[in-house]
Ligand binder design. Structure first.
Ligand SMILES: [Zn+2]
Ligand SMILES: [Zn+2]
Length: 371
């Protein structure tokens, strides 16, 4: 065997051993982004998209073209558009399987365009972004979780603390910053309004009983929203924590000050709900939504959901939950807290002006429809 032959054989062997990542893409016009940040556990699409933009200084349009998506990231989080994870994995040079968690919303109600209130606040015309300052502070690289994008998430399942959606400094709702080339103020953990570090806040931990009620209610709602999707399969950490055992104190009580216990409780409640949901007739999510009646110009009136009905979701605990959320949540945002009576529309209660109604209707009309 000559040196030349063995070299050729070596090259052939090496080529055979290379993963499909390095083979030419079918579409040669696509660029690649070697060294792109990887999708982190439970991360939502828009957060990952922004981190790639910042890393490569890419304008939104350019990255959207590379990823073959059209809708803004916050709609992509809800699964409004189909993600071609094969093409995306080629661009960022990672394994397709690592991007599968991004497909979770596809089988869920999040992607239903008539339920935009599950990830956005139609009255405010903005997406819902909540965060746990303790989770963010503990991140090696700070990122936003898919769970924080969903209207029914009030408590961090890892820390048992109230999630925030208002900047602790200026009290304006947090939104994911828009990447603008040349600007320095585009870090994910900074308030877009005042520039403060959104983690610079004192955590709020509800009393044990209330915390458990909030965790189990959000697990039940998540089960309704998850619908036919494979939530437990995709969220591996939820699966793992559901299986872990709870530690008890000397009196045999579960210690809710332990992070692991809080996470295990949420995961158990969630897995219990998801398993139940498969066997029993599903409760309707509609029961928990606030609807707004919209009067057509000439035609008949219609109604659109504008958020969750806090009184129905939390029942006798509603006022206590409401008190915990003051200063952290926009109380006119994605959950509404007016007493449920015979009249179930905000306009009947005089709470919503015609202008606000029009804004909510506009939001729904402009929302991309599931393709
Ligand atoms: Zn947390
Ligand atoms: Zn601020």
């Amino acid at each position: 065997m000559t040196n030349g032959e063995s070299r050729q054989k070596r090259i052939a062997r090496l080529q055979g051993g290379l993963s499909s990542l390095y083979l030419p893409l079918p579409d040669s016009t696509l660029s690649r982004l070697p060294g792109a940040p990887e999708l982190l556990p439970g991360e939502c699409f828009s957060s990952w998209f922004l981190r790639i933009q910042i890393g490569f200084r890419l304008p939104t349009r350019v990255l959207q073209t590379l990823f073959k998506v059209k809708a803004p990231g916050y709609w992509m989080d809800a699964g409004i558009e189909e993600l071609d994870i094969e093409a995306i994995s080629g661009v960022v040079m990672c394994h397709k399987e690592s991007l599968e968690p991004l497909l979770w919303p596809r089988g869920s109600l999040l992607s239903a365009s008539h339920l935009a209130c599950l990830t956005t606040a139609p009255l405010r015309q903005r997406p819902i972004y909540r965060y746990c300052e303790l989770c963010l502070r503990g991140d090696a690289v700070r990122y936003m979780r898919q769970l924080w994008r969903i209207a029914c998430t009030y408590i961090c399942p890892l820390h048992g603390t109230v999630l925030r959606e208002l900047c602790p400094k200026c009290q304006k709702p947090y939104v994911l910053p828009n990447y603008r080339a040349g600007f320095k103020e585009h870090q994910l953990w900074q308030c877009s309004t005042c520039g403060a570090d959104i983690c610079d806040a004192t955590s709020i931990t509800p009393p044990d009983e209330l915390r458990y009620v909030m965790l189990s209610r959000q697990a039940q709602l998540l089960q309704l929203i998850a619908a036919g999707s494979e939530l437990m399969q995709i969220w591996k950490d939820v699966q793992m924590h559901a299986a872990s055992s709870l530690t008890t104190d000397s009196h045999g009580l579960v210690d809710l000050s332990s992070e692991m216990n809080v996470h295990a409780l949420f995961s158990r409640a969630l897995s219990h709900c998801l398993n139940e949901g498969r066997n029993t007739e599903q409760q309707d999510l509609e029961d928990y939504l606030w609807r707004l009646r919209i009067q057509g110009a000439d035609g008949p009136s219609s109604s659109i959901p504008i958020g969750l009905d806090g009184m129905r979701v939390f029942g006798k605990y509603a006022v206590s939950v409401f008190m915990q959320l003051i200063g952290c949540h926009d109380l006119w945002g994605s959950t509404h807290w007016w007493p449920t009576g015979s009249s179930r529309t905000l306009s009947d209660l005089g709470m919503v002006t015609a202008r606000a109604e029009a804004k909510a209707a506009e939001w729904y009309a402009a929302a991309p429809k599931r393709r």
